[in-house]
Design a protein around this ligand. Sequence first.
Ligand code: DNO
Length: 345
Amino acid sequence: MKLTFRWYGDSDPVTLDHIRQIPSMTGIVSAVYDVPAGGVWSEESINDLKRKANEKGLEFEVVESVPVPEDIKLGTDKAPELIENYCENIRRLGKAGVKVICYNFMPVFDWLRSELEREAEDGSNSLAYDEKTVLSMNPLTSELSLPGWDESYTKEQLKDLLNQYSKIDEEQLWKNLETFLKAIIPVAEQNDIKMAIHPDDPPWGLFGLPRIITSEKNLDRFLKLVDSPNNGLTFCTGSLGAGIDNDLVKMAAKYADRIHFLHLRNIKFTGDKAFYEVGHPTECGSIDMFGIAKALVDNGFDGYVRPDHGRMIWGEKGRYGYGLFDRALGATYIAGLFEALEKNK
Ligand code: DNO
């Protein structure tokens, strides 16, 4: 496996110098952030990211994310042109040496949490989710800003989008995903890029919006839509793990050769559809991190890994979920876990 770290570019309080000093770190995971979803990234911006990483001895082989515009998910008249733009991004990233592209197919909202600073007994704080609180909010009127909410939508646009989605059920979303995959996977194959869909977080529908990348049954269906190694998964333990019925160890073993990118983080359940994010090691939460890593290594997993969200510890203030300290601790835990498992194989 190759250990990587998410970097949000020059505005990220976590710098490339911080990242390069984490033991065993091989590269960054980043994206071009100033082009709206659906646009084509300039080769200059892509090469700039690569140059900055390489100058610090880091690779830039994983992109998270090339966002999928809503028109593609909705299957509107604009979809064909936007899919072509998406293909162009795949070509350009392939040319720059990128190997994996992470993306998601979640309508309107990306990841959702009900609390950004849940304080734990040890004084650290982290992101938390409680379905009751989330459902008591109205996305159209709520003042609360959540990390996954795209702030670029005005209330009017959001209303319009929710209205368009009211006509899209899960089956229609599957059809639109299939159209998208049938167009992009051949391009990914030609450009030696592994596409890695990120599961929905949390893995169930919300606010009447369909969500489909949620469970073993649905991942089976997804992988068969285009049965190619280039059509793969981002295995996010925190996202899939929030679904109480998901057997992550079993799924890790089953999908090992189609998992190109691994997001490792742990959560602790506090109730039904309620949890908060904890330190990465198995003993800190409800997810069997060791079991998952072992299942992957035993079944030949050879992809990129990154510590996913971390808590805020040691007084750090920063981007929610993406501070330096706890993610760096997570990285060293992951490096140790994999070293032991790989050498023992
Ligand atoms: C949250 C991330 C997600 C992820 C996207 C992938 O921290 O895991 O925002 O980047 O869903 O497209």
